[in-house]
Design a binder for this molecule. Structure first.
Ligand code: HEC
Ligand code: HEC
Length: 409
Protein backbone atom coordinates (compact mmCIF):
# COMPACT_ATOMS: atom_id res chain seq x y z
CA UNK A 1 0.00 0.00 0.00
CA UNK A 2 1.20 3.49 -0.75
CA UNK A 3 2.29 5.51 2.28
CA UNK A 4 -0.01 8.46 1.50
CA UNK A 5 -2.96 6.12 1.43
CA UNK A 6 -1.85 4.62 4.73
CA UNK A 7 -2.10 8.01 6.45
CA UNK A 8 -5.47 8.60 4.82
CA UNK A 9 -6.55 5.26 6.27
CA UNK A 10 -5.44 6.27 9.75
CA UNK A 11 -7.07 9.70 9.53
CA UNK A 12 -10.33 8.28 8.23
CA UNK A 13 -10.48 5.64 10.92
CA UNK A 14 -9.72 8.18 13.62
CA UNK A 15 -12.59 10.31 12.28
CA UNK A 16 -14.94 7.35 12.30
CA UNK A 17 -13.92 6.57 15.87
CA UNK A 18 -14.45 10.16 16.98
CA UNK A 19 -17.79 10.65 15.27
CA UNK A 20 -19.14 7.43 16.65
CA UNK A 21 -17.76 8.12 20.09
CA UNK A 22 -17.42 4.37 20.40
CA UNK A 23 -13.70 4.11 20.78
CA UNK A 24 -11.88 6.16 23.36
CA UNK A 25 -8.54 4.43 22.97
CA UNK A 26 -5.67 6.33 21.41
CA UNK A 27 -4.22 5.11 18.17
CA UNK A 28 -0.52 4.18 18.17
CA UNK A 29 1.97 6.48 16.49
CA UNK A 30 1.94 6.27 12.69
CA UNK A 31 3.93 3.21 11.64
CA UNK A 32 7.39 3.82 10.21
CA UNK A 33 7.55 3.69 6.47
CA UNK A 34 8.86 0.20 5.85
CA UNK A 35 6.84 -0.24 2.69
CA UNK A 36 9.84 -1.40 0.71
CA UNK A 37 10.35 -4.38 3.02
CA UNK A 38 6.83 -5.45 3.93
CA UNK A 39 5.09 -4.64 0.65
CA UNK A 40 5.65 -6.46 -2.57
CA UNK A 41 4.77 -9.54 -4.54
CA UNK A 42 6.08 -13.06 -4.99
CA UNK A 43 8.58 -12.94 -7.88
CA UNK A 44 7.55 -14.47 -11.20
CA UNK A 45 3.83 -13.65 -11.30
CA UNK A 46 2.09 -13.23 -14.66
CA UNK A 47 0.68 -9.86 -15.72
CA UNK A 48 -2.83 -11.14 -15.03
CA UNK A 49 -1.85 -12.33 -11.53
CA UNK A 50 -0.26 -8.93 -10.83
CA UNK A 51 -3.49 -7.21 -11.85
CA UNK A 52 -5.52 -9.44 -9.54
CA UNK A 53 -3.05 -8.75 -6.74
CA UNK A 54 -3.39 -4.99 -7.28
CA UNK A 55 -7.19 -5.19 -7.05
CA UNK A 56 -6.88 -7.18 -3.81
CA UNK A 57 -4.34 -4.67 -2.48
CA UNK A 58 -6.86 -1.83 -2.93
CA UNK A 59 -9.57 -3.89 -1.23
CA UNK A 60 -7.28 -4.73 1.68
CA UNK A 61 -6.93 -1.01 2.45
CA UNK A 62 -10.48 -0.04 1.47
CA UNK A 63 -12.26 1.79 4.28
CA UNK A 64 -15.75 0.35 4.40
CA UNK A 65 -18.68 2.66 5.06
CA UNK A 66 -22.15 1.65 6.26
CA UNK A 67 -23.29 2.30 2.65
CA UNK A 68 -20.88 -0.42 1.55
CA UNK A 69 -22.27 -2.88 4.06
CA UNK A 70 -20.14 -2.27 7.14
CA UNK A 71 -21.90 -3.13 10.40
CA UNK A 72 -24.30 -2.58 12.04
CA UNK A 73 -21.65 -3.85 14.49
CA UNK A 74 -17.97 -3.98 13.55
CA UNK A 75 -14.39 -3.82 14.84
CA UNK A 76 -12.50 -1.82 12.23
CA UNK A 77 -13.46 -0.37 8.88
CA UNK A 78 -10.49 -1.80 6.97
CA UNK A 79 -8.35 -4.96 6.91
CA UNK A 80 -5.30 -2.73 6.92
CA UNK A 81 -6.17 -0.99 10.18
CA UNK A 82 -5.27 -4.18 12.07
CA UNK A 83 -2.74 -5.72 9.65
CA UNK A 84 -0.90 -2.41 9.28
CA UNK A 85 1.16 -2.44 6.08
CA UNK A 86 0.83 -6.29 6.08
CA UNK A 87 2.68 -6.36 9.40
CA UNK A 88 1.81 -7.45 12.90
CA UNK A 89 -0.99 -5.63 14.68
CA UNK A 90 -0.91 -4.29 18.21
CA UNK A 91 -3.10 -4.50 21.32
CA UNK A 92 -5.02 -1.30 20.41
CA UNK A 93 -6.73 -3.10 17.52
CA UNK A 94 -6.84 -6.54 19.12
CA UNK A 95 -9.80 -8.81 18.64
CA UNK A 96 -11.71 -10.15 21.66
CA UNK A 97 -12.96 -13.74 21.42
CA UNK A 98 -15.15 -14.94 24.29
CA UNK A 99 -17.40 -17.66 25.60
CA UNK A 100 -18.69 -19.48 28.63
CA UNK A 101 -17.16 -22.49 30.33
CA UNK A 102 -19.44 -24.44 32.66
CA UNK A 103 -18.29 -27.78 34.09
CA UNK A 104 -15.51 -27.89 31.55
CA UNK A 105 -17.90 -27.45 28.59
CA UNK A 106 -17.25 -24.46 26.33
CA UNK A 107 -20.01 -22.49 24.62
CA UNK A 108 -19.05 -19.73 22.18
CA UNK A 109 -22.33 -17.90 22.94
CA UNK A 110 -23.29 -17.34 19.31
CA UNK A 111 -26.75 -16.16 20.43
CA UNK A 112 -25.15 -13.45 22.53
CA UNK A 113 -22.71 -12.04 19.97
CA UNK A 114 -20.03 -14.75 20.04
CA UNK A 115 -17.48 -15.80 19.00
CA UNK A 116 -15.96 -12.30 18.52
CA UNK A 117 -16.86 -9.03 20.18
CA UNK A 118 -17.84 -6.34 17.66
CA UNK A 119 -17.65 -3.29 19.87
CA UNK A 120 -18.14 -0.50 17.32
CA UNK A 121 -21.38 0.38 15.58
CA UNK A 122 -22.60 2.47 12.69
CA UNK A 123 -24.45 5.70 13.64
CA UNK A 124 -27.78 5.07 15.34
CA UNK A 125 -26.92 1.55 16.47
CA UNK A 126 -25.09 0.18 19.53
CA UNK A 127 -21.79 -1.74 19.62
CA UNK A 128 -21.57 -5.03 21.48
CA UNK A 129 -20.40 -5.36 25.06
CA UNK A 130 -19.30 -8.63 26.65
CA UNK A 131 -22.47 -10.51 27.67
CA UNK A 132 -22.78 -11.29 31.39
CA UNK A 133 -22.61 -15.01 30.55
CA UNK A 134 -19.08 -14.66 29.16
CA UNK A 135 -16.67 -15.95 31.78
CA UNK A 136 -13.63 -16.47 29.52
CA UNK A 137 -12.10 -14.23 26.86
CA UNK A 138 -8.90 -13.90 24.90
CA UNK A 139 -7.37 -10.95 23.08
CA UNK A 140 -5.72 -11.64 19.74
CA UNK A 141 -3.44 -9.29 17.85
CA UNK A 142 -3.26 -9.41 14.08
CA UNK A 143 -0.51 -11.58 12.58
CA UNK A 144 1.64 -10.64 9.57
CA UNK A 145 0.00 -11.37 6.22
CA UNK A 146 3.12 -11.96 4.16
CA UNK A 147 4.14 -15.21 2.48
CA UNK A 148 0.76 -16.82 3.23
CA UNK A 149 0.45 -18.21 -0.32
CA UNK A 150 3.34 -20.57 0.39
CA UNK A 151 1.67 -21.84 3.56
CA UNK A 152 -1.63 -22.25 1.70
CA UNK A 153 0.14 -24.25 -1.04
CA UNK A 154 1.65 -26.82 1.36
CA UNK A 155 0.37 -30.36 1.29
CA UNK A 156 -1.19 -31.77 4.45
CA UNK A 157 1.41 -34.54 4.34
CA UNK A 158 4.27 -32.06 4.76
CA UNK A 159 2.53 -30.64 7.85
CA UNK A 160 1.81 -34.13 9.24
CA UNK A 161 5.49 -35.05 8.76
CA UNK A 162 6.31 -32.95 11.87
CA UNK A 163 3.29 -34.01 13.92
CA UNK A 164 3.13 -36.19 17.03
CA UNK A 165 5.94 -36.94 19.48
CA UNK A 166 9.49 -36.17 18.40
CA UNK A 167 12.41 -34.49 20.21
CA UNK A 168 10.31 -34.12 23.35
CA UNK A 169 7.55 -32.07 21.69
CA UNK A 170 4.24 -33.27 20.29
CA UNK A 171 2.48 -31.04 17.79
CA UNK A 172 -1.04 -31.99 16.79
CA UNK A 173 -2.99 -30.91 13.70
CA UNK A 174 -6.27 -29.04 14.27
CA UNK A 175 -8.75 -31.09 12.23
CA UNK A 176 -11.67 -28.85 11.21
CA UNK A 177 -14.99 -29.58 9.51
CA UNK A 178 -14.61 -27.67 6.24
CA UNK A 179 -16.89 -24.74 5.42
CA UNK A 180 -19.79 -25.32 3.00
CA UNK A 181 -17.89 -23.49 0.25
CA UNK A 182 -14.64 -25.43 0.69
CA UNK A 183 -13.40 -27.13 -2.48
CA UNK A 184 -10.92 -29.92 -1.61
CA UNK A 185 -7.60 -29.77 -3.44
CA UNK A 186 -4.97 -32.43 -4.04
CA UNK A 187 -3.00 -31.07 -1.07
CA UNK A 188 -5.80 -31.88 1.42
CA UNK A 189 -5.89 -35.24 3.16
CA UNK A 190 -9.17 -35.32 5.11
CA UNK A 191 -9.44 -37.68 8.10
CA UNK A 192 -12.13 -40.37 8.34
CA UNK A 193 -14.63 -37.85 9.71
CA UNK A 194 -14.07 -35.68 6.62
CA UNK A 195 -12.20 -33.00 8.58
CA UNK A 196 -9.26 -31.14 7.08
CA UNK A 197 -6.15 -29.70 8.71
CA UNK A 198 -6.46 -26.06 9.70
CA UNK A 199 -3.41 -23.94 9.12
CA UNK A 200 -4.42 -20.27 9.51
CA UNK A 201 -5.32 -18.41 12.67
CA UNK A 202 -3.60 -18.60 16.05
CA UNK A 203 -5.26 -21.90 16.81
CA UNK A 204 -5.11 -23.13 13.20
CA UNK A 205 -8.89 -23.09 12.81
CA UNK A 206 -9.06 -21.98 9.15
CA UNK A 207 -8.29 -24.50 6.44
CA UNK A 208 -7.91 -22.03 3.56
CA UNK A 209 -7.23 -18.34 3.01
CA UNK A 210 -10.72 -18.11 1.53
CA UNK A 211 -12.17 -19.34 4.86
CA UNK A 212 -10.16 -16.71 6.70
CA UNK A 213 -11.23 -13.89 4.36
CA UNK A 214 -14.94 -14.77 4.56
CA UNK A 215 -14.72 -14.95 8.35
CA UNK A 216 -12.70 -11.70 8.53
CA UNK A 217 -15.27 -9.76 6.49
CA UNK A 218 -17.99 -10.82 8.92
CA UNK A 219 -16.26 -10.89 12.31
CA UNK A 220 -12.90 -9.05 12.14
CA UNK A 221 -13.95 -6.13 9.98
CA UNK A 222 -17.58 -6.68 10.80
CA UNK A 223 -20.90 -7.33 9.13
CA UNK A 224 -19.72 -7.42 5.52
CA UNK A 225 -21.69 -10.19 3.78
CA UNK A 226 -20.64 -12.15 0.71
CA UNK A 227 -22.13 -15.09 -1.21
CA UNK A 228 -20.32 -17.50 1.13
CA UNK A 229 -21.75 -15.94 4.28
CA UNK A 230 -24.96 -13.91 4.14
CA UNK A 231 -25.39 -13.63 7.91
CA UNK A 232 -25.39 -10.07 9.31
CA UNK A 233 -24.13 -10.12 12.87
CA UNK A 234 -26.11 -7.86 15.20
CA UNK A 235 -26.14 -6.75 18.81
CA UNK A 236 -28.46 -9.27 20.51
CA UNK A 237 -29.50 -6.64 23.04
CA UNK A 238 -30.76 -4.37 20.24
CA UNK A 239 -32.02 -6.88 17.69
CA UNK A 240 -31.45 -7.15 13.93
CA UNK A 241 -30.70 -3.90 12.14
CA UNK A 242 -33.76 -2.76 10.25
CA UNK A 243 -32.24 0.27 8.55
CA UNK A 244 -30.16 -1.92 6.22
CA UNK A 245 -30.97 -0.66 2.77
CA UNK A 246 -27.82 -2.18 1.27
CA UNK A 247 -28.54 -5.24 -0.83
CA UNK A 248 -26.78 -8.40 0.44
CA UNK A 249 -24.23 -9.67 -0.48
CA UNK A 250 -22.28 -6.53 0.34
CA UNK A 251 -19.30 -7.70 -1.72
CA UNK A 252 -19.10 -9.95 -4.79
CA UNK A 253 -17.39 -13.31 -5.26
CA UNK A 254 -14.82 -11.42 -7.36
CA UNK A 255 -14.08 -9.16 -4.39
CA UNK A 256 -13.41 -12.17 -2.15
CA UNK A 257 -11.26 -13.78 -4.87
CA UNK A 258 -9.11 -10.67 -5.24
CA UNK A 259 -8.51 -10.49 -1.50
CA UNK A 260 -7.49 -14.16 -1.52
CA UNK A 261 -5.20 -13.51 -4.49
CA UNK A 262 -3.62 -10.55 -2.68
CA UNK A 263 -2.86 -12.73 0.35
CA UNK A 264 -1.58 -15.61 -1.80
CA UNK A 265 0.85 -13.41 -3.71
CA UNK A 266 2.30 -11.16 -1.00
CA UNK A 267 6.02 -11.87 -0.91
CA UNK A 268 7.66 -13.58 2.06
CA UNK A 269 9.11 -11.32 4.76
CA UNK A 270 12.67 -10.62 3.59
CA UNK A 271 15.63 -11.60 5.81
CA UNK A 272 18.12 -8.91 6.81
CA UNK A 273 21.72 -9.02 8.13
CA UNK A 274 22.14 -12.68 7.28
CA UNK A 275 25.94 -12.35 7.07
CA UNK A 276 26.25 -10.90 10.57
CA UNK A 277 28.37 -13.25 12.73
CA UNK A 278 25.98 -12.93 15.71
CA UNK A 279 22.95 -13.69 13.53
CA UNK A 280 24.66 -16.84 12.22
CA UNK A 281 25.72 -17.91 15.72
CA UNK A 282 22.20 -17.12 16.99
CA UNK A 283 20.59 -19.43 14.45
CA UNK A 284 22.98 -22.22 15.40
CA UNK A 285 22.06 -21.82 19.08
CA UNK A 286 18.34 -21.64 18.16
CA UNK A 287 18.78 -25.03 16.47
CA UNK A 288 21.00 -26.52 19.20
CA UNK A 289 18.67 -25.79 22.12
CA UNK A 290 15.69 -27.15 20.18
CA UNK A 291 13.62 -24.07 19.38
CA UNK A 292 13.64 -25.55 15.89
CA UNK A 293 11.58 -28.60 17.01
CA UNK A 294 8.45 -26.44 16.71
CA UNK A 295 9.70 -23.42 14.79
CA UNK A 296 10.56 -25.59 11.73
CA UNK A 297 12.73 -23.57 9.36
CA UNK A 298 12.19 -25.12 5.93
CA UNK A 299 9.31 -26.38 3.80
CA UNK A 300 8.87 -26.98 0.06
CA UNK A 301 5.62 -26.47 -1.81
CA UNK A 302 4.25 -29.03 -4.27
CA UNK A 303 2.81 -27.97 -7.64
CA UNK A 304 0.41 -25.04 -7.39
CA UNK A 305 -2.01 -23.39 -9.82
CA UNK A 306 0.18 -20.28 -9.40
CA UNK A 307 3.44 -21.32 -11.09
CA UNK A 308 5.46 -18.90 -8.93
CA UNK A 309 4.33 -20.84 -5.83
CA UNK A 310 5.21 -24.28 -7.26
CA UNK A 311 8.16 -26.28 -5.91
CA UNK A 312 9.38 -23.38 -3.78
CA UNK A 313 11.48 -23.74 -0.63
CA UNK A 314 10.60 -21.23 2.09
CA UNK A 315 11.43 -20.55 5.74
CA UNK A 316 8.42 -19.80 7.98
CA UNK A 317 9.88 -21.10 11.30
CA UNK A 318 6.62 -22.85 12.20
CA UNK A 319 5.20 -26.37 12.01
CA UNK A 320 1.58 -25.07 11.77
CA UNK A 321 0.69 -27.53 14.54
CA UNK A 322 -0.85 -27.01 17.98
CA UNK A 323 1.28 -27.29 21.10
CA UNK A 324 0.51 -27.32 24.80
CA UNK A 325 2.15 -24.06 25.88
CA UNK A 326 1.37 -24.41 29.59
CA UNK A 327 -0.90 -22.59 32.00
CA UNK A 328 0.82 -19.21 31.54
CA UNK A 329 -0.53 -18.96 27.99
CA UNK A 330 -3.91 -20.55 28.81
CA UNK A 331 -6.59 -17.87 28.40
CA UNK A 332 -9.46 -20.30 28.85
CA UNK A 333 -10.89 -20.10 25.31
CA UNK A 334 -10.74 -23.30 23.19
CA UNK A 335 -11.46 -23.31 19.42
CA UNK A 336 -12.36 -26.35 17.33
CA UNK A 337 -10.33 -29.22 18.70
CA UNK A 338 -7.70 -26.77 19.99
CA UNK A 339 -7.72 -26.56 23.78
CA UNK A 340 -7.37 -23.24 25.55
CA UNK A 341 -3.69 -23.94 26.38
CA UNK A 342 -2.83 -25.03 22.83
CA UNK A 343 -1.52 -22.60 20.22
CA UNK A 344 -0.30 -22.99 16.68
CA UNK A 345 3.47 -22.41 16.60
CA UNK A 346 3.72 -18.74 15.66
CA UNK A 347 5.61 -18.45 12.34
CA UNK A 348 8.69 -16.39 13.21
CA UNK A 349 9.26 -14.97 9.74
CA UNK A 350 8.62 -11.24 9.83
CA UNK A 351 8.97 -11.11 13.62
CA UNK A 352 12.03 -8.87 13.23
CA UNK A 353 9.85 -6.38 11.33
CA UNK A 354 7.15 -6.39 14.01
CA UNK A 355 8.46 -3.28 15.77
CA UNK A 356 8.15 -1.24 12.58
CA UNK A 357 4.48 -2.09 12.22
CA UNK A 358 3.78 -1.76 15.94
CA UNK A 359 4.78 1.89 16.28
CA UNK A 360 8.36 1.24 17.41
CA UNK A 361 7.45 -1.08 20.29
CA UNK A 362 7.25 -4.86 20.37
CA UNK A 363 4.06 -6.74 21.17
CA UNK A 364 4.68 -10.47 20.90
CA UNK A 365 2.65 -13.66 21.53
CA UNK A 366 -1.04 -14.06 20.68
CA UNK A 367 -2.19 -11.03 22.67
CA UNK A 368 0.94 -8.90 22.50
CA UNK A 369 1.74 -9.39 26.19
CA UNK A 370 5.50 -9.77 25.63
CA UNK A 371 7.42 -6.56 24.93
CA UNK A 372 10.73 -8.20 24.01
CA UNK A 373 11.99 -11.41 22.45
CA UNK A 374 13.35 -12.54 25.83
CA UNK A 375 9.97 -11.89 27.47
CA UNK A 376 8.27 -13.95 24.74
CA UNK A 377 10.66 -16.84 25.39
CA UNK A 378 10.06 -16.60 29.14
CA UNK A 379 6.33 -17.25 28.57
CA UNK A 380 7.11 -20.57 26.79
CA UNK A 381 5.85 -23.33 29.12
CA UNK A 382 4.29 -26.77 28.65
CA UNK A 383 5.99 -28.61 25.81
CA UNK A 384 8.45 -25.73 25.40
CA UNK A 385 9.47 -25.68 29.07
CA UNK A 386 12.82 -27.43 28.55
CA UNK A 387 13.69 -25.01 25.74
CA UNK A 388 12.99 -22.02 27.94
CA UNK A 389 15.26 -23.52 30.62
CA UNK A 390 17.95 -24.16 27.99
CA UNK A 391 17.67 -20.57 26.75
CA UNK A 392 18.11 -19.03 30.20
CA UNK A 393 21.07 -21.36 30.87
CA UNK A 394 22.93 -19.70 27.96
CA UNK A 395 25.36 -16.84 28.60
CA UNK A 396 24.06 -13.27 28.17
CA UNK A 397 26.07 -13.03 24.96
CA UNK A 398 24.55 -16.20 23.52
CA UNK A 399 21.03 -15.03 24.45
CA UNK A 400 21.71 -11.77 22.61
CA UNK A 401 22.85 -13.75 19.56
CA UNK A 402 19.47 -15.53 19.48
CA UNK A 403 17.76 -12.14 19.84
CA UNK A 404 19.81 -10.83 16.90
CA UNK A 405 18.84 -13.87 14.84
CA UNK A 406 15.14 -13.30 15.64
CA UNK A 407 15.54 -9.61 14.72
CA UNK A 408 16.88 -10.66 11.31
CA UNK A 409 13.75 -12.67 10.45
C1 HEC B 1 -9.87 -6.17 14.24
C2 HEC B 1 -8.59 -6.49 13.65
C3 HEC B 1 -8.58 -7.25 12.34
C4 HEC B 1 -9.17 -6.89 11.14
C5 HEC B 1 -10.02 -5.67 10.85
C6 HEC B 1 -8.80 -7.93 10.21
N1 HEC B 1 -8.04 -8.87 10.81
FE1 HEC B 1 -7.17 -10.46 9.91
N2 HEC B 1 -6.61 -11.18 11.72
C7 HEC B 1 -6.79 -10.53 12.92
C8 HEC B 1 -6.48 -11.44 14.01
C9 HEC B 1 -6.55 -11.12 15.49
C10 HEC B 1 -6.11 -12.67 13.42
C11 HEC B 1 -5.82 -13.99 14.12
C12 HEC B 1 -7.20 -14.65 14.14
C13 HEC B 1 -7.31 -15.97 14.79
O1 HEC B 1 -6.39 -16.46 15.41
O2 HEC B 1 -8.39 -16.57 14.67
C14 HEC B 1 -6.19 -12.46 11.97
C15 HEC B 1 -5.84 -13.42 11.02
C16 HEC B 1 -5.84 -13.20 9.66
C17 HEC B 1 -5.29 -14.10 8.67
C18 HEC B 1 -4.57 -15.42 8.97
C19 HEC B 1 -3.09 -15.22 9.07
C20 HEC B 1 -2.34 -16.39 9.64
O3 HEC B 1 -1.11 -16.33 9.75
O4 HEC B 1 -2.95 -17.38 10.04
C21 HEC B 1 -5.55 -13.55 7.45
C22 HEC B 1 -5.20 -14.15 6.11
C23 HEC B 1 -6.28 -12.32 7.67
N3 HEC B 1 -6.41 -12.12 9.03
C24 HEC B 1 -6.78 -11.50 6.67
C25 HEC B 1 -7.65 -10.42 6.91
C26 HEC B 1 -8.43 -9.74 5.89
C27 HEC B 1 -8.44 -10.09 4.43
C28 HEC B 1 -9.14 -8.75 6.53
C29 HEC B 1 -10.16 -7.81 5.94
C30 HEC B 1 -11.29 -8.43 5.29
C31 HEC B 1 -8.78 -8.82 7.94
N4 HEC B 1 -7.89 -9.84 8.13
C32 HEC B 1 -9.24 -7.95 8.90
C33 HEC B 1 -7.21 -9.22 13.08
C34 HEC B 1 -7.89 -8.50 12.13
C1 HEC C 1 6.71 -26.62 21.86
C2 HEC C 1 6.83 -25.78 20.68
C3 HEC C 1 7.72 -24.56 20.78
C4 HEC C 1 9.06 -24.49 21.09
C5 HEC C 1 10.00 -25.64 21.44
C6 HEC C 1 9.42 -23.10 21.00
N1 HEC C 1 8.33 -22.33 20.65
FE1 HEC C 1 8.33 -20.34 20.34
N2 HEC C 1 6.30 -20.39 20.12
C7 HEC C 1 5.53 -21.54 20.14
C8 HEC C 1 4.12 -21.16 20.09
C9 HEC C 1 2.95 -22.13 20.09
C10 HEC C 1 4.09 -19.76 20.05
C11 HEC C 1 2.83 -18.86 20.04
C12 HEC C 1 2.37 -18.66 21.48
C13 HEC C 1 1.36 -17.54 21.64
O1 HEC C 1 1.07 -16.84 20.68
O2 HEC C 1 0.88 -17.32 22.76
C14 HEC C 1 5.47 -19.31 20.05
C15 HEC C 1 5.86 -17.96 19.97
C16 HEC C 1 7.19 -17.53 19.91
C17 HEC C 1 7.60 -16.16 19.73
C18 HEC C 1 6.65 -14.97 19.55
C19 HEC C 1 6.28 -14.83 18.09
C20 HEC C 1 5.24 -13.79 17.82
O3 HEC C 1 4.94 -13.59 16.64
O4 HEC C 1 4.69 -13.17 18.74
C21 HEC C 1 8.96 -16.14 19.73
C22 HEC C 1 9.87 -14.93 19.58
C23 HEC C 1 9.41 -17.51 19.94
N3 HEC C 1 8.30 -18.32 20.03
C24 HEC C 1 10.73 -17.91 20.04
C25 HEC C 1 11.12 -19.17 20.47
C26 HEC C 1 12.48 -19.51 20.85
C27 HEC C 1 13.67 -18.57 20.81
C28 HEC C 1 12.46 -20.82 21.23
C29 HEC C 1 13.58 -21.62 21.81
C30 HEC C 1 14.12 -21.12 23.08
C31 HEC C 1 11.10 -21.30 21.06
N4 HEC C 1 10.33 -20.28 20.61
C32 HEC C 1 10.70 -22.60 21.28
C33 HEC C 1 5.98 -22.83 20.18
C34 HEC C 1 7.28 -23.20 20.52
Amino acid sequence: MKTKLKYKVIIAITLIAITMGACQKLFPPAPKANDDISQGVVPGLTTYQLQEHALGDDEFSQIFTPQQGLGPVFNQASCNSCHIGNGKGDPVTSLTRFGNVTNGVFDSLTNEGGPDLLSNAIPGYLGEVLPPNANVSVHLIAPVVMGLGFIAALSDSSILANAYPHDGVSGVPNYIYPTSFFVPQGINTPNRAGQCIGRFGKKATRVTLQDQVVFALSQDLGGVTCDYNMVKPYNYLVGPYTGNDVQDPDVSVGFVNHLVMYLRTNKVPPRRNTNDADVIAGEQLFTQIGCISCHISTFTTPQSDIAALSYQTFHPYSDFLLHNMGSGLDDGVPEGSAQSFQWRTAPLWGVGLAGNAQGGQLFLLHDGRANSFIAAISFHGGEADSRRTAFFALTQQQQQQIVKFLSSL
